[in-house]
Write a protein that binds this ligand. Structure first.
Ligand SMILES: [Zn+2]
Length: 152
């Protein structure tokens, strides 16, 4: 070990370079696999609304939108008016045996109950998958699994 002491800063630098190189390779491998998997399941035209045409002089909202907003606009074009199930829904019977079903793709969802017709506040609560929950007004809610919509 004493023979290596003069080279210790060099060894540390070499170790640092190797670690940085390994990190770069790992990151690129992960990104490549994600890109490859998402490209094979493309369900919408990635250029829809983003390519200029002779018929339009100004781009519409679809051309400007990205991410969740773009998904919502494309879903509406495909005929699904409420892709995130965010519209206000009427309560069902609301008993324990027949609760109001709230669709969700996750294991929990924030739900607001307008307990009375003339209420000025919304009673918010979390619904968890498999656990029916009762609002303060007495109505029961239950999380229902939402099936993903295929746009292709
Ligand atoms: Zn309520």
């Amino acid at each position: 070990m004493s023979n290596l002491l003069p080279f210790l800063p060099t060894l540390k630098m070499a170790s640092l370079i190797v670690r940085q190189g390994a990190r770069l390779v790992r990151r690129n491998v992960l990104l490549t696999s994600v890109r490859a998997s998402s490209a094979s399941h493309a369900v919408v035209d990635p250029l829809k609304g983003k390519v200029p045409t002779d018929q339009k002089s100004m781009p519409d909202n679809l051309g400007h939108s990205v991410g969740a907003e773009r998904f919502e606009l494309l879903s509406q074009l495909a005929g699904n008016e409420d892709p995130f199930e965010m519209n206000v829904k009427k309560r069902a019977k609301g008993t324990f045996d027949e609760p109001t079903l709230v669709p969700s793709i996750n294991t929990k969802r924030l739900v607001g109950c307008i307990c009375e017709e003339d209420a000025i506040s919304i009673n918010w609560m979390y619904l968890h998958k498999g656990e029916p929950k009762r609002c303060e007004c007495g109505y029961w809610f239950k999380l229902a699994e939402l099936q993903p919509v295929n746009l292709s």
